[in-house]
Structures are given as C-alpha cells and as structure tokens.
Write a protein that binds this ligand. Structure first.
Ligand code: HEM
Length: 296
C-alpha cells in the first residue's frame, strides 16, 4: 500500500513539473517563428549566466550555437532577444520608436545612475599607466602661454589620446548595452519578435570579435587611425541613432582635459599594477586603484 501511495505521489510530482515546463514553453513563444535559443530555467531563465559570466562568453556561445544574428533568452525576468553584430546595431539604431522603445529593467536603472560616477575615472586611470604618447599632450601645452586654458581646437588635436580612450572602452566597456521593448510583432532575420518582448543590444557581440578586430585582446590604439578605423556600427561604445549617449561630447571633453592636466603636471605610479578589476557590467578596481603622483 505504501509503495502504491509513494508511486502515485511521484507520478503527481512528475506531472506537475512537466505541466510547468510545458506552460512555460507555451508562454515563451506559442506557435510563432521565434528566434533560436534557450529560455533557461523557469523564472530564473539565464539571468545568472548573463550577470555573473563573462559578457563576451554569454553572447559568443549563443551566437555560435544558435545564430550569429539573433538568439532568444530569458534574462532579468524578461523574454528577450539579443540582436548581434553591426547589422543588428544598425537595425536597432534605425528603428527607434518605430518598432521598439527604450526599456530599462529595474536593476539596470541603478546601474545607469551610478556608472557615470565610477566607470569613466576607472578607465582613465587604467589608460594612464599604459599611455606612451605624452608627446601629443606636451606639444599642446608647449604651444600655450602660461595660464592659457585649453580650447576646442586643442581637443581636436588630441587624436592619439582619444584613440587610447577608445581602445580602453573597447577592452573594458563602461556600459555593455541596453534594452528596448517591442511595440508590436515584427520580423528580423526571418524570425518573429513578439510585442512586449525585450531586445538587448550589446557591444560584446563586436568589441572582442576577431571578425571585426584582429587580435582582439591586444591593446592597440592605432586601430582607430583615420582611414583604417572600424566599419560603421562595429564600434559603438556610445550607442547610435536617436538614443545615442547625449553625454558623449561632454565625456570626451572631460576625459581629454583630465588626461592633459595629469600628463602636464605629474609623473605617476600605479601602486598595484596587477590589481583585480571586479564586475563586468560595471568594472571597478578591487582596491580603488591607488596612484602615487609626483609633480614634474
Ligand atoms: C565614457 C563615458 C560614457 C559612455 C561610454 C556612455 C555610453 C552610453 C550608452 C551606450 C548609452 C545607451 C544608448 C542606448 O540605449 O542605445 C548611453 C545613454 C545615456 N547616457 Fe551615456 N555614456 C557615457 C557618459 C555619459 C555622460 C557623461 C552623461 C551625462 C552627462 C551620459 C548620459 C547619458 C544618458 C542620459 C543616456 C540615456 C539616453 C536615452 O535613453 O535616450 N552619458 N550612454
């Protein structure tokens, strides 16, 4: 009798698990021609891999397994399609408010509020240590009278410095990417993206992709030199289209002015050259990146 009750209970448990998975699958797609991909575990989806794995690994694994153009997933509690590569970026940047609108998951809103305060200085301090083109900055400061401030033309001359900043942003992006929400059902790359689903674009699909950047792990600011720079929509640290970062020019001005003044006034020494950088979504040095400065 006990065996019978036990078998019956087991059958009930199995049945309810199957029903949960079946209804989860139905809810996450129905009969539409959805992009390939996995919705991961019920409720959690693939959030853990997304948040705690390497961003490039998350996208490259799936681009290889499902499609280099698009794959579906379930992250941060949202049914999501990840749109990949320069073609994907172009599609995202040119259909704003037609097919989709901005969507900021709750967890991302606090990320958005704080990244400007932490990530940019972190990047600059890292680049200072590898920065070997002080000549550019000294040439500019030598051309100024004592006390004369930098002007717009001086910023235009800081080409190499900006290429260094670009290369830092490619290797450790201050912001990985952002979400949109589909306003209606639409088709991309032959697949249906249902109304209400989220779209995610991320710099990870191109930044370290050997298809677009030769020897992608190598720090090489010459990649952005005039005439040899990346093709359109490949390198998009500030996004693109109507939602392109409105702080881009301000960020450029602040970063270049900061570099100029530090190079002009100080020698520096990074106290922990191999300091660990924590977090891929918002990279931050473990010890706060202490630097010893000495006046020239
Ligand atoms: C190196 C520094 C920065 C980088 C790499 C960066 C990058 C980005 C990216 C990728 C986006 C998302 C675009 C999208 O959703 O498609 C964005 C949006 C935004 N950024 Fe920046 N940003 C930087 C600095 C700044 C600064 C200094 C400000 C303000 C002074 C700023 C203000 C904003 C705002 C308000 C948005 C939202 C725009 C919208 O949703 O329409 N950013 N930024």
């Amino acid at each position: 009798m006990e065996v019978l009750v036990l078998s019956f209970s087991l059958a009930l448990v199995l049945l309810s698990i199957s029903l949960t998975i079946f209804s989860f699958k139905r809810r996450s797609g129905g009969a539409k021609n959805l992009p390939p991909g996995s919705m991961g575990w019920p409720i959690m989806g693939e959030t853990l891999e997304f948040l705690f794995g390497k961003p490039e690994k998350f996208v490259f694994d799936r681009m290889k397994k499902y499609s280099p153009k698009i794959f579906k997933t379930n992250i941060l509690g949202e049914k999501t399609v990840v749109i990949c590569g320069p073609e994907g970026h172009k599609f995202l940047f040119s259909n704003e408010q037609k097919l989709f609108t901005a969507f900021r998951p709750h967890s991302m809103q606090s990320l958005f509020r704080s990244y400007k305060a932490t990530a940019a200085p972190v990047k600059i301090l890292i680049l200072m240590d590898s920065f070997n083109a002080k000549t550019e900055q000294f040439e500019i400061s030598d051309s100024k009278k004592p006390g004369e401030l930098l002007d717009w033309d001086d910023l235009q001359k800081m080409k190499y410095s900006w290429n260094v900043v670009y290369e830092v942003m490619r290797l450790t992006p201050p912001l990985q990417g952002t979400f949109r929400e589909a306003l209606e059902d639409f088709t991309y790359a032959g697949y249906t993206i249902p109304k209400g689903w989220k779209l995610y674009w991320t710099v990870s699909t191109t930044n370290k992709n050997p298809e677009y950047f030769e020897d992608p792990e190598k720090f090489d600011p010459s990649r952005y030199e005039e005439g040899s720079g990346p093709a359109a929509n490949v390198f998009v640290p500030f996004g693109g289209g109507p939602r392109m970062c409105p702080g881009k020019e301000y960020a450029r001005l602040a970063i270049l002015t900061f570099i100029h003044n530090v190079v002009k006034r100080f020698e520096w020494e990074v106290l922990f050259p191999n300091e660990k950088i924590m977090g891929d979504m918002m990279p931050t040095p473990e010890k706060g990146l202490p630097v010893r400065l000495r006046c020239h």
